[in-house]
Design a protein around this ligand. Structure first.
Ligand SMILES: [Zn+2]
Ligand SMILES: [Zn+2]
Length: 445
């Protein structure tokens, strides 16, 4: 496997050998062609890896088999691999002379839900999650990220005479529960190993394949999770006068909390509260003692976040007070902070990507999902997080001008990226981002 990989990449390296004159800017067009050739030659193996990971997804902190598949790939490429960093994460280091350390992150985890794409490589796997049996699905596309991550590592090793420094490829567990990045940092990611000079990550989404979107500054939202238990007094559904009805309180809260968004928050600022789960009751004629609800709170700005948290708490207490019930238990757990893209890192990568991808490389508004990649950024690593599309451009155009159906987004059971062009774009974009950062650093000295 090692020999096979090396010989494939050796040809890519040779064809690109003279593309980076020591004191000039990188020749992006030639470099992109060299990267493209390397990826094309290696794609069948990446396709098999992608489909295997897709068919056998694992959820947060259970990604044992997924991590060992990636570990094998990276060892075959000559990376020094450490497993079980932050429970199921892995760190792969490749040293290639003096220079900066550049980190590239992929996530490992999938989601506890049933895939309904009908694809030949669809997942039928199940696991246990929060004490219940559930299907598992890579419906956030982290499998695309993993294939792109391995492909980028292969390409950069093949082009190793074009850069000097250290590659730090990390595979992070539990992104969906925004706890894996913290777990890796707590397990010494930046102390047992090293703190990188720059970091990059990508995420796929329902745009057109071949397109890449980015922005300077805020790249994703702040996320907080919300859990409220309304306490009532259970009894017979036919005699509510002897009870305090927590279903009523929860229902009232779920509707009224939206007035925090529409009446209290500045309408020009982003903020969302969504209730995703309601747990309460057992039968139609029994009023339960308690009802628990679970939700998510998303914002960009700290002052908007503070206003929303206060409004949510007030609304929950008021919903209970209206029923003359005890105060509810309110638990708001801070999740991921917004990812802030570093202007200098973005500028350097953007210059190369604009040349390589033309109009398919463009800025976008900040994404409303959250990302614990922010943990690495907030530890003081200048970073860039960018997005790639996954669907046929014609279908995306038809969906946006109303002549075709809406396309399934991430976390939909129908989310189905077109693998080859999506993974290829991921590898080309990430490889160029890393090479441009190495190049900028080399020329800056
Ligand atoms: Zn994701
Ligand atoms: Zn997700």
């Amino acid at each position: 496997m090692h020999r096979f990989t090396k010989s494939l990449l050796a040809s890519a390296a040779l064809s690109a050998a003279s593309l980076l004159p020591a004191h000039a800017e990188i020749d992006v067009i030639k470099l992109k062609a060299a990267i493209g050739n390397s990826v094309e030659a290696d794609y069948p193996k990446l396709d098999a890896l992608y489909k295997d990971i897709h068919a056998h997804p694992e959820i947060a902190f259970q990604e044992v088999k997924t991590a060992s598949k990636l570990a094998a790939e990276m060892r075959a490429l000559g990376f020094e691999v450490t497993e079980k960093v932050g429970k199921t994460g892995l760190v792969a280091i490749y040293k290639n002379g003096d220079g900066p350390t550049i980190m590239v992150r992929t996530e490992l985890d999938a989601l506890p839900m049933e895939e309904k794409t009908g694809l030949s490589y669809a997942s039928h796997d199940k696991t246990t999650w929060n004490g219940r049996e559930t299907f598992v699905d890579h419906s956030c596309g982290h499998d695309i990220h993993m294939a792109s991550w391995v492909g980028t590592a292969k390409t950069l090793v093949g082009l190793k005479d074009q850069w000097q420094g250290t590659l730090m490829f990390i595979a992070q567990p539990a992104e969906e529960t925004v706890s894996g990045a913290k777990a890796m940092l707590a397990d010494g990611l930046f102390t047992r190993f090293r703190k990188p000079d720059f970091a990059f990550a990508l995420h796929d989404g329902p745009g057109a394949y071949g397109t890449i979107t980015y922005r300077v500054g805020i790249g994703s939202s702040n996320s907080d999770s919300l859990e409220i238990t309304f306490h009532g007094r259970g009894g017979h559904g036919a005699a509510p006068q002897h009870t305090i009805d927590p279903v009523m309180m929860a229902a009232r809260f779920i509707v009224d909390v939206q007035s925090v968004i529409s009446r209290e928050k500045d309408p020009t600022e982003f903020g969302v509260v969504s209730i995703g789960a309601i747990h309460g009751g057992t039968a139609e004629n029994i009023i339960p003692d308690d009802v628990r609800i679970f939700g998510t709170i998303r914002t960009f700005k700290p002052e908007v976040r503070a206003k929303m948290l206060a409004g949510i708490e007030r609304t929950a207490k008021a919903a209970a007070a209206m029923s003359d019930a005890p105060a509810p238990d309110i638990r708001i757990t801070e999740g991921a902070k917004a990812v802030m893209n570093d202007p200098a890192v973005v500028e350097t990568a953007a210059k190369a990507m604009k040349v390589a991808f033309g109009d398919n490389f463009k800025t976008s508004p900040p994404g409303t999902p959250s990302e614990d990649f922010s943990e690495f950024v907030n530890s003081g690593v200048p970073s860039m997080f960018f997005n790639i599309g996954v669907y046929e451009p014609e279908r995306v155009a038809a969906a946006s001008n109303g002549t075709g159906p809406q396309l399934p987004s991430n976390h939909s059971p129908l989310f189905a990226p077109v693998p080859k062009p999506t993974i290829e774009t991921g590898i080309e974009a990430m490889t160029l981002a890393v090479l441009s950062a190495f190049d900028q650093h080399a020329r800056g000295k």
